[in-house]
Design a protein around this ligand. Structure first.
Ligand code: XIL
Length: 366
């Protein structure tokens, strides 16, 4: 195929993903600061052309936006929100309450003693009110609580749980809703397609609903998905989509990226604490992804997007975790320093076979 490349690196013959899926769902990606601060203009051009929605990859996490007790830093987050508004994108704030990328001081007092429940709730309220109010009417949806469930579907034992108790989730949603009643509010997690975790998620949403807590949707991260057909299985995915949709809330795929490298850890999921050492055999495609692997990746993407389209009445958004392969976090997780190929655009900002396979799914029936 003849491909013309424009000065900004977008081929002129590429259909825009946001047009291709306009009738189905919003489509987009997570942006890091370089995409919006001018350091990576070719990535910005991809986002501008293809994305109808963006999520902050890191800048809105507690450690960046609220690094010290009395210091909020909105410089990078303002750039991110301005970029989204300028391009008429649906803007997702990620994330208000999480156990990772949250400074240690959050959970202790000045004397380094653990906070009381009331003190931690007050701190959480201040954080949510300050951040959500700052973007009132501008950020369209918030990942209010991230990754609160364990693989077995029980609540994860985090500092939030330990100090506040299980109602920390309801409280976070209440604060966020009070701060901006028009923003959509989501629960977001990985491995939710696995039955035990799916059931835990359904229990969690039902519990919030029974208490009158406002929740608009659940984000199925799609992190750490792999090429193997059973990761995740079609059946598990459909069961999850149907179960969550039956609760009357939106289903979103929020952090999709497909790991093509050898498995380095045995636990399922995308827990940041999982780490493995770099070994040569874990990094086999240093010089490029072989055609047979490109084909496998394209087939996997096509399979998943066909399924999303089939359930487009329940799925409101599909967000990829990044813009192009070079800056994907899967180059550094769970093993630092690998060369991974998880996204639709390659290291030279060009669309991969997976991109065209995804586009093709929109041309066929549901
Ligand atoms: C990742 C970012 O992509 C990395 O840059 C950062 O170093 C660690 O966090 N689940 C989430 C995301 O909800 O916030 C994580 O993002 C990936 C796993």
């Amino acid at each position: 195929m003849l491909v013309f490349t424009s000065a900004v690196g977008c081929s002129t013959d590429q259909p825009a993903l946001k047009d291709v899926f306009a009738k189905d769902f919003l489509i987009g990606g997570a942006l890091n600061d370089d995409v919006v601060n001018g350091k990576d203009p070719k990535a910005a051009a991809i986002a501008e052309k293809h994305f109808s929605t963006i999520t902050a990859e890191n800048v809105m996490k507690w450690m960046h936006i609220h690094p010290e007790p009395n210091k909020y830093d909105f410089a990078a987050t303002d750039r991110f929100v301005d970029f989204g508004q300028k391009n008429n994108m649906f803007i997702v704030g990620h994330t208000l309450v999480w156990h990772w990328q949250t400074p240690k001081w959050v959970f202790v007092d000045d004397a380094n003693n653990p906070l009381t429940r009331e003190a931690l709730l007050a701190r959480m309220k201040d954080h949510i009110f300050t951040v959500v109010s700052h973007y009132k009417g501008r950020v369209n949806g918030w990942d209010v609580v991230n990754e609160a469930l364990d693989d077995n579907g029980q609540l994860r034992k985090t500092k939030w749980m330990e100090i506040i108790g299980e109602d920390f989730i309801a409280k976070a949603f209440k604060f966020a809703h009070e701060a901006d009643p028009s923003a959509e509010l989501y629960y977001n997690d990985f491995s939710l397609e696995n039955p035990a975790k799916r059931d835990g998620c359904v229990r969690l949403v039902k519990d919030l609903q029974s208490k009158g807590v406002h929740i608009d949707g659940v984000g199925l991260q799609g992190q750490a998905w792999r090429l193997e057909p059973d990761a995740p299985s079609r059946e598990n995915l459909e069961d999850f989509i149907n179960a969550v949709s039956a609760l009357g809330v939106k289903v979103m795929v929020t952090e999709m990226c497909i790991d093509v490298l050898p498995k380095a850890i045995y636990q399922p999921g995308a827990d940041l604490k999982q780490r493995a050492e770099l070994r040569e055999e874990l990094n086999p495609y240093l010089d490029g992804l072989p055609d047979r692997m490109q084909k496998k990746l394209a087939d996997r993407y096509a399979e998943l997007f066909s399924l999303y389209r089939k359930h487009a009445d329940k799925i409101s958004r599909v967000t990829l975790w990044g813009v192009y392969d070079k800056t994907s976090w899967l180059n550094n997780w769970p093993v630092r320093g690998r060369t991974n190929y998880p996204l639709l655009f390659d290291r030279n900002y060009q669309p991969k076979p997976a991109f065209y396979a995804v586009v093709k799914t929109a041309q066929s029936g549901k």
